[in-house]
Write a protein of this length. Structure first.
Lengths: 128, 128
DNA sequence: TACTATATAGTAATGATTACTATTAATGAG
DNA sequence: CTCATTAATAGTAATCATTACTATATAGTA
């Protein structure tokens, strides 16, 4: 979990704890507000830096939605359903879509390492 | 092609012409630099506004890559291959992936209207 | 040609993200 | 445990892509 020369700080622990306890795909600002409850003096820059590093290390996922980044501690294969009305993001698991995609890419032309699948539409709450 | 109350200006014509003539998925800045060749006094704001409106009207597609927007006049079903090294974006056509995805979503839970599939990896040039 | 609303150029404002720096503290060795 | 090393932090400034604003110009239409 911890990579070489990486130090475990209370800030990192709280950030990852919060991310693992939610499926709301929060922004950096969301994470900041929440971790602030237990570490009031935490800096927004610390949150950004750690989220960026965690994403680069593959400890979390970073998504791009509506011109901003969202973070997700769920590393399992799943795709994202983005509501065009309220902007909420929900998950869809248990699909073989990534195998399907991988088969389609020709390794001679492009070496696939990962994929991001986003479906846009209207969520359950908003269609009422 | 032109929606109600929409006016066709030389700026719009050049923007859409450029987009239709490239598969490089340019940024707004790229479009601006190029259209500037034929309309030197064009404003960057004009490019942004038009790209945004065209995307909203469904005349072009807007992609999100590496924290920025890219534009694509190709409206056919295709997915995007993003190279992690050079950042280039190429297309992959002729896949039934969107049908596949649509079947997986439950209309009772989420009404799917569109999808964006991005594969990350290493492109042909960079793997050498 | 004249009218009206849309579009434009130019510029200012916004806001998310990143960079910077002096200080703090996590880790490992002795 | 104590110390030394250096990654990490808080706080703040800087960046930069995108959006907002406004007076002027112009496309479309009668």
């Amino acid at each position: 979990m911890i990579t070489i020369n990486e130090r475990l700080t209370p800030q990192k622990i709280k950030i990852i704890e919060f991310l693992k306890g939610t499926t709301s795909h929060p922004t950096a600002e969301d994470v900041y507000k929440n971790v602030k409850k237990s570490i009031p003096c935490i800096s927004l820059g610390t949150v950004y830096r750690n989220l960026g590093q965690m994403a680069q290390r593959g400890q979390i996922r970073r998504l791009e939605v509506e011109g901003g980044f969202r973070y997700d501690a769920d590393l399992s294969s799943h795709l994202h359903l983005v509501c065009k009305k309220c902007g909420s993001i929900s998950d869809m698991h248990d699909v073989r879509i990534f195998d399907f995609i991988k088969k389609k890419t020709n390794p001679g032309k492009f070496i696939a390492q990962g994929a991001e699948v986003t479906i846009f539409g209207i969520c359950k709450n908003c269609k009422k």
